[in-house]
Design a protein around this ligand. Structure first.
Ligand code: UT7
Length: 325
């Protein structure tokens, strides 16, 4: 049966130049490089300078993804931007990126699914393409999480970083089986009963302030391991593949121990898991496209490879996407 697939034809990423190491955090907080590395795998994080906004990071990543795809902004029908840290309450940061790219037509909007934001945005764009409402799409994950951190809370502020990543999708005909290149499946889930485990204690309607991240880290960890396993199992079952068919696991980068447990669950050797958390920390919606761009640029991800993505975040929201490169 002939189907329309969304093929990933370009990747790009951008990290702000300012780097903050664990040692620097340990000078102003009751923490240590040793604790942060052992419990999370993080060595450092990039942090946007004042005046460097989510839309700026997103724009750089978008330009690089378009260049990698050999496409111009005028070729795009759609921009979907996953972010929890928009420039402003409204309009959507995606529309700022649209204007900055010089794109004068098409659709641009944000998706709010916190750390699952890229997987959610990818699924939304893929659905637009598969029903024929767009022939091409730019999917971005971009965050300045540093702006919503409580820099006195060692349980959260050491975990996050800023950055952006983007992919370009293009509609292509496929046979409808696993040999097609492009996104083969997406699985999304949410369960709002877990709000209090990971949330921001402010917002335009609730407090008229931006608020700061609050997290029950140990509980989130526990749920992440089981919920991500469900998302991964569903992706594998839906496509009739096994863990050993996966060429690359490109997970959301929240904690190295969670990443390792997903790799082990799939029976993948560590070399097949793309890890950036040591250098980027948790960049929320940006972590997967940052990792994709890195693994594509250094030649690890090659045409024909099977790439499994998974993420979990506040809400809770979680999900997976399986793509053949
Ligand atoms: O991307 C969205 C999804 N987010 C996640 O998936 C994050 C999931 N959670 C985690 O990654 C981990 O739970 C954390 C890294 C946040 C915490 O690691 P943990 O092994 O679960 O530690 P814990 O929260 O159980 O805390 C253990 C101890 C506590 O001290 P006591 O009560 O045992 O005396 C904490 O107060 O470590 C203490 N602690 C710290 N110590 C030094 C917490 N944060 C720090 C810190 N430095 N930064």
């Amino acid at each position: 049966m002939s189907v329309i697939r969304s093929r990933i034809v370009g990747c790009g990423s951008y990290l702000p130049s300012q780097v903050i190491t664990n040692a620097e955090l340990a000078r102003r907080l009751d923490t240590s490089d040793d604790w942060i590395r052992q419990r999370t795998g993080i060595r450092q994080r990039h942090v946007a300078k004042e005046g460097e906004l989510t839309s700026h990071l997103a724009l750089h990543a978008a330009e690089r993804a378009l260049e990698d795809a050999g496409m111009a902004a005028a070729d795009l029908d759609l921009i979907v931007l996953g972010t929890t840290t928009p420039d402003e309450t409204f309009p959507a940061t995606a529309t700022r990126v649209q204007a900055a790219l010089g794109m004068q037509r098409g659709i641009a909007f944000d998706v709010q699914a916190v750390c699952s934001g890229f997987v959610y945005s990818l699924a939304v764009a893929d659905n637009f393409i598969r029903v024929g409402q767009a022939k091409s799409a730019l999917v971005i994950g971009a965050e300045t999480f540093s702006r919503i951190l409580d820099w006195n809370d060692r349980g959260t502020c050491v975990l996050f970083g800023d950055g952006a990543g983007a992919v370009v999708l293009k509609a292509e005909p496929g046979k409808g089986d696993g040999s097609d290149r492009g996104i083969l499946s997406t699985h999304l889930y949410s369960d709002g009963r877990f709000h209090d485990m990971l949330y921001v204690d402010g917002g335009p309607s609730a407090t008229k302030t931006v608020g700061q991240v609050r997290m029950e880290g140990r509980e989130v960890f526990r749920h992440a391991v089981t919920k991500l396993a469900q998302a991964v199992d569903d992706a594998i079952a839906a496509n009739g593949v096994t863990g050993s068919d996966i060429d690359w696991l490109v997970p959301h980068q929240a904690n190295k121990r969670i990443i390792d447990s997903m790799g082990a669950k799939l029976g993948l050797p560590p070399e097949k898991v793309v890890v950036t958390i040591d250098r980027h920390a948790n960049t929320s919606a940006a972590s997967i496209p940052l990792a994709l761009a890195e693994a594509k640029a250094d030649g690890r991800i090659k045409p024909g490879h099977l790439v499994l993505m998974e993420a979990m975040g506040g809400g809770f929201t979680w999900g997976s996407a399986l793509a053949r490169w």
